[in-house]
Design a protein around this ligand. Structure first.
Ligand SMILES: *Cc1c(COP(=O)(O)O)cnc(C)c1O
Length: 381
């Protein structure tokens, strides 16, 4: 019997399975005006800047809400009045970025690309040549809608060479993939506490270039989504402008401590890659096929085609797994006929074995008989 380390396995691409030590931070009353709360907020900022090499050039601004709130605040505050945004869209979250930018009426143009091949330097250069009004580029790093890892370094190089500024939706990747904001010269990077940082939801975070934020006073058309005002208030008082989710902040401070104790970004990435490999190989051996070839996949989530079996439905599989305290995710609109399994969170190898074992039970219960590996698709290394 495989050991069960958690009561519930949330194999969704955030929120996710969180360590008991992180959850325990939320079991006490916490004052937003206590010195401890200011200290925890500051510690989070220092740590997040440290792991993305932003200490000298960038500032870290947390904001109430989910990560999308932080993206909206970042765009409201950092896009100049005469700016124009190019959104690179090759999946569900690219689409959401576009809806967000259009929703707040930013002049926007979208480079719509298929899921594959990955965006290239030539694609981006062509989009810039087609519309010289573009001042900023916005790109999603780990596109959790499909599982693609987009080439941020390459796009950043094009942006730099052509004098354009770059925003990165690193919501799903930050903390689990190396991101060097100074080397990328990123205008802003958007971050979530409840993905690779392995904490709970409730805030969004912007790592913004300090000089750009300093120049953005009074620009945001929103009051609560004004990143400049939020940042200045922290600087001046050590407090959040309006009531923060105090418990969430304490949980994230603990999650940062755990991230550091694990060794930082690279060891965490390696744990994810190991677990992802084990899950993908295990399910391929059973006959499942992945949506993506391994070399373009972000090893934090795996997207599988629905089995070709009349007894299969996502709901049936979901229910059979949920009964066994494992939660998986449906495919996104941009990748229909698929389901997704996230492997970020407090998971180790034995947890993946438990998932595979439980998957066998669930498939047997719903009467789906997997045929084993498909021809020409060896369960690789
Ligand atoms: C999770 C996620 C988001 C943010 O979603 P919220 O619901 O606002 O937390 C944005 N982009 C990507 C790529 C994501 O995976």
């Amino acid at each position: 019997m495989v050991e069960r380390r958690h009561d519930l396995y949330l194999l969704t691409p955030g929120p996710l399975t969180v360590a008991p030590e992180v959850k325990a931070q939320m079991l006490q009353d916490r004052s937003p005006n206590a010195a401890l709360h200011s200290k925890l907020t500051a510690e989070i900022g220092h740590y997040l800047l440290e792991i993305c090499n932003g200490t000298e050039t960038h500032v870290c601004v947390p904001l109430q809400g989910s990560a999308t709130y932080a993206i909206e605040a970042g765009l409201h505050t950092l896009m100049p009045d005469d700016g124009k945004l190019l959104i690179i869209q090759n999946g569900f979250y690219g689409l959401r970025l576009r809806q967000l930018a259009e929703g707040i009426r930013l002049p926007t143009t979208t480079l719509e690309l298929p899921m594959l091949p990955l965006p290239t330097r030539a694609d981006v250069e062509k989009a810039l040549a087609d519309d010289p009004a573009i001042t900023h580029i916005l790109l999603c790093h780990a596109e959790t809608g499909t599982g693609i890892l987009n080439p941020i370094e390459e796009v950043a190089a094009v942006a730099r060479e052509h004098g354009r500024k770059l925003f990165i939706d690193a919501v799903a990747s930050f903390g689990g993939f190396p991101i060097d904001v100074a080397a990328l010269d990123a205008e802003a990077v958007f971050v979530s506490p409840n993905k690779c940082l392995e904490s709970v939801p409730g805030i969004g975070i912007v790592i913004a270039k300090k000089a750009s934020l300093e120049a953005a006073e009074g620009r945001s058309a929103s009051v609560v989504l004004d990143l400049y005002a939020q940042w200045r208030f922290f600087e001046q008082t050590g407090w959040w402008r309006t009531t923060p989710p105090t418990h969430v902040v304490a949980a994230l401070a603990k999650a940062c401590e755990r991230h550091r104790a694990e060794g930082g970004v690279v060891p965490r990435h390696n744990r994810y890659r190991h677990n992802w490999r084990r899950l993908v190989d295990g399910l391929r051996r059973r006959g499942f096929r992945t949506l993506l070839p391994d070399d373009v996949a972000a090893p934090i989530i795996a997207t599988f085609h629905d089995p070709d079996d009349p007894n299969y439905s996502f709901q049936a599989l979901y229910d059979a797994l949920e009964k066994r305290n494992i939660v998986i995710f449906p495919g996104r609109l941009t990748a229909t006929g698929t389901f997704r399994i996230g492997i970020i969170g407090d998971l180790v190898e034995s947890d993946i074995d438990l998932v595979l074992h439980t998957m066998d039970e669930a498939l047997a219960e719903i009467g789906v008989d997997m045929a084993g590996p498909q021809v020409g698709e060896a369960a690789s290394s």
